[in-house]
Ligand binder design. Structure first.
Ligand SMILES: *Cc1c(COP(=O)(O)O)cnc(C)c1O
Length: 266
């Protein structure tokens, strides 16, 4: 296996960011070409979690106008200290506790990890208060790992039925994290599951609930996700450089040991 720090060197100048963004876009294009998709149907969300404000400002200078953050508190602090960059949109892509819904409602334009009615209710209440609305994705646990957040696939249909009650939430589609595996076929299976689920739910979704988007794929597996229909890929390390924080900080594994992501190599 490659060492992550060799594979994803730190981006420390605007040029580094331009270079990395161009490389990711080229890989998106190549993946699209393999399956006959139009690259304009795949949106890139740069993920800036754990990176300092200075890095985010370089990414901005290189053209990034939307940033993904996993932890609400960290995202909120970055939003506060970067108020001078008025046209950045913040996407919260990690699990949310109801007591932090207030923060998300305050500053985020998108929330990708909706997986409970309690969180939907908490967001709705605060959004109404602030006179804001929020794009949301429903997170689905496609790997069956207990350590992963998200609704089990079989519960998503019922969940969707309740969502028209939340007028401040605009449902965009489904989101998932694939299994952490070096075996591409296992990763692919998660993405196929999400796409099939979306196609099936489109038939039964209540009026006004759009399920156009599939948010799936990260630095190590986004090409597979695109081959399987991703319309949005969330890419951190391939743009910003490797993270020092282990992924187990974001997706705690059951036994408490670090769940090292061994990505399938392209
Ligand atoms: C960190 C994160 C990503 C991006 O992962 P990289 O390996 O940095 O590309 C994508 N999705 C979620 C939910 C994340 O927390």
């Amino acid at each position: 296996m490659h060492d992550m720090h060799d594979r994803w060197p730190q981006a420390s100048s605007v040029d580094d960011f331009r270079h990395n963004l161009a490389a990711v876009h080229a890989r998106i294009q190549a993946a699209c070409q393999r399956v006959g998709r139009d690259p304009s149907t795949v949106q890139l969300l740069p993920v800036s979690k754990t990176k300092p404000e200075q890095s985010l400002r370089l990414a901005y200078a290189a053209g990034c106008r939307q940033l993904g953050e996993n932890k609400v508190q960290e995202a909120y602090q970055k939003w506060e200290s970067m108020q001078d960059l008025e046209d950045i949109q913040w996407s919260v892509i990690g699990h949310l506790q109801t007591n932090k819904a207030k923060l998300v409602a305050r500053f985020a334009t998108e929330f990708q990890a909706l997986d409970s009615l309690r969180v939907a209710e908490a967001l709705e209440r605060r959004l109404q208060e602030y006179g804001r609305s929020l794009d949301v994705y429903i997170q689905v646990n496609t790997s069956g790992e207990e350590s992963k957040y998200g609704l089990p696939p079989e519960q998503v249909a019922d969940f969707l039925q309740a969502l028209p009650n939340f007028s401040a939430l605009r449902v965009r589609g489904l989101m998932t994290l694939a299994v952490f595996s070096a075996e591409a076929e296992q990763v692919r299976r998660c993405f196929i599951l999400l796409r099939n689920l979306r196609d099936q739910l489109r038939q039964s979704a209540p009026a006004g609930i759009q399920l156009d988007e599939l948010s799936m794929g990260m630095s190590g597996d986004f090409e597979i996700a695109i081959e399987e229909g991703a319309t949005l890929v969330r890419v951190g390390q391939a743009i910003f450089g490797a993270r020092a924080t282990p992924d187990s900080f974001y997706w705690p594994s059951q036994n408490g040991t670090a769940a090292t992501k061994t990505s399938p190599l392209p």
